[in-house]
Design a protein around this ligand. Structure first.
Ligand SMILES: NC(=O)c1ccc[n+]([C@@H]2O[C@H](COP(=O)([O-])OP(=O)(O)OC[C@H]3O[C@@H](n4cnc5c(N)ncnc54)[C@H](O)[C@@H]3O)[C@@H](O)[C@H]2O)c1
Length: 262
């Protein structure tokens, strides 16, 4: 007797799913939005930058995907709750959340002013939590959902590229929170995972990678000898968002060319 084909492609496809991507107007969020849409999801591209979110939604539609855009600043709890509720109401469901909104903040610990610390933790850690909480309230109703947080290698290991205490603390928090939320929401069939990218060329890293010596240092410290491409992060996000990862929860997957293994 022959077994039924496993249907692996169906487990990767996201047809009929509704996905929200925060920080989707640029960089890794933009790449993730494209990947989810290519796999069939309807993607709501959100960003604090309205024009950027709209531009990415238009790009997706031009390539035949389903998308729209919403302005959402993850620093504001009320705005998050209102926007996520509105998206779920409009589409009748919310299946996937990708938390990609993030900012840097690089002064050394002794020089770091409290307001920069609060801002970085506020966007990268609190913003990620508040979006996850708002989304999970809808996912619980359907007993199904996948949340993917964009952490960083700097949430897993220390920085060889100089200090950035608030950023590292925020990303370490995202890694710990990913585990905690996965355990809390497993009974509701909501999976929570994270991706920890190495250095990729985006708006966030432009100041660093435009310095030839810094870029060379990053490449030589990376076992695979090069920067991470945004679509390599997006591929991991798409895997974790779909049914191919149906028994994967609470984990942080480095996409780093071996950086963390070194
Ligand atoms: N680029 C890298 O090398 C790298 C490496 C590891 C992790 N990351 C993480 O990946 C995520 C995406 O970063 P990126 O490199 O794509 O940067 P990016 O600057 O290209 O994109 C970040 C997006 O987030 C948006 N954003 C910032 N603050 C926001 C807020 N308060 N509310 C809503 N949107 C907001 C920005 O407008 C921007 O569109 C971040 O969490 C970052 O920490 C990036």
């Amino acid at each position: 007797m022959t077994a039924d084909p496993p249907g692996f492609l169906d487990k990767v496809r996201l047809d009929g799913r509704v996905a929200v991507v925060t920080g989707g107007g640029s960089g890794l969020g933009r790449a993730s939005a494209h990947a989810l849409a290519e796999l069939g999801a309807h993607v709501v591209v959100t960003d604090r930058d309205e024009g950027a979110a709209q531009a990415v939604a238009e790009e997706i539609k031009h390539t035949g995907g389903k998308a729209d855009a919403s302005t959402m600043n993850v620093s504001y709890e009320d705005q998050i709750d209102t926007m996520i509720d509105a998206i779920a109401a409009t589409h009748g469901r919310l299946d996937i959340l990708v938390n990609s909104a993030g900012i840097g903040g690089y002064p050394g610990a002794l020089d770091l002013e409290r307001d920069i610390w609060d801002k970085v933790i506020g966007v990268n850690l609190s913003g990620t939590f508040l979006c996850a909480r708002a989304a999970a309230r809808h996912m619980i109703d359907r007993k199904s959902g996948a949340i993917v947080n964009i952490a960083s290698i700097l949430g897993l290991v220390g920085s060889v590229m100089g200090t950035n205490i608030a950023y590292q603390a925020s990303k370490g928090g995202v890694v710990a929170m990913t585990r905690a939320l996965a355990l809390e929401w497993a009974e509701h069939n909501i999976r929570v995972n994270a991706v920890a990218p190495g250095y990729a060329a985006t708006q966030l890293t432009e100041w660093l990678l435009s310095q030839d010596d810094k870029r060379a240092q990053i490449e030589s410290h990376t076992p695979m000898g090069r920067l991470v491409e945004p679509d390599e992060v997006a591929a991991a996000v798409a895997f974790l968002a779909g049914d191919a990862a149906s028994m994967v929860t609470g984990h942080t997957l480095p996409v780093d060319g071996g950086w963390v293994a070194g």
